[in-house]
Design a protein around this ligand. Structure first.
Ligand code: COA
Length: 185
């Protein structure tokens, strides 16, 4: 996929696949994920990541993308030299689940509510359907039941609730429920 540039809230945002050059800039990605940890976003990561951890994550992700086991999209605000969104779909292992992919989507706080999450979702689904091998048949995701904006976004794309796992996430000292949602392609 070629990079696409779109305007969201008067800001020009580029959306593109993970690139080899990203492996040399783990700080940019670390800063992005840590901004979500700092705001206590309703995501499973609750501790900040180090540059080393981020570097390993990027290397593994890039390998998966090369092997067609994973698809990754990065949204950047070039004027700020900043990562502002990430979406990924990664196939689940090599066995009986390999027709399913786990999806994630994250958007930086000041860039939410203007359509970027929807755009990332649309593009990552399109890219994954085209690129991943074996062929992707089901997209799976996991979300805190309290994460209303995310659940609304997923429903908009046709994801259906498949399960609720009580108390699966520990968040700020409380046990919150996990919702598993599926999209059959
Ligand atoms: C969930 C998230 C990715 C949505 O990204 P976004 O860029 O704000 O999404 P969009 O602007 O495209 O909005 C998509 C839909 O989400 C819903 N939505 C967005 N903001 C919302 C809000 N504050 N309250 C309720 N629904 C909201 C709307 O249904 C919207 O669609 P519509 O505008 O057509 O009605 C973003 O809020 C985020 O990154 N949150 C923190 C990390 C996170 O929770 N990730 C998901 C983990 S499972």
């Amino acid at each position: 996929m070629k990079a696409i540039t779109k305007t969201f809230k008067n800001k020009q945002i580029t959306i593109r696949p993970l690139a080899s050059g990203d492996l040399k800039q783990p700080e940019k990605f670390r800063n992005f994920i840590n901004s979500l940890v700092e705001e206590k976003a309703l995501i499973s990561r609750s501790k900040k990541v180090s540059v080393r951890q981020e570097s390993i994550f990027l290397e593994n992700s890039f390998k998966k993308q090369k092997n067609k086991r994973g698809a990754y999209l990065i949204a950047e605000d070039k004027t700020q030299d900043m990562v502002i969104g990430i979406a990924d779909i990664v196939l689940s292992g090599n066995g009986a689940r390999s027709h399913t992919g786990n999806m994630g989507v994250l958007v930086r706080k000041n860039y939410r509510g203007v359509g970027l999450g929807s755009c990332l979702l649309k593009e990552i689904i399109k890219l994954s359907k085209k690129e991943l091998k074996p062929k992707l048949k089901i997209i799976r995701l996991s979300v805190f039941s309290a994460n209303k904006p995310a659940i609304k976004l997923y429903r908009k794309f046709g994801f259906k609730k498949a399960a609720k796992i009580p108390g699966q996430f520990e968040y700020q000292g409380k046990l919150l429920d996990e919702i598993v949602m599926l999209l059959y392609l």
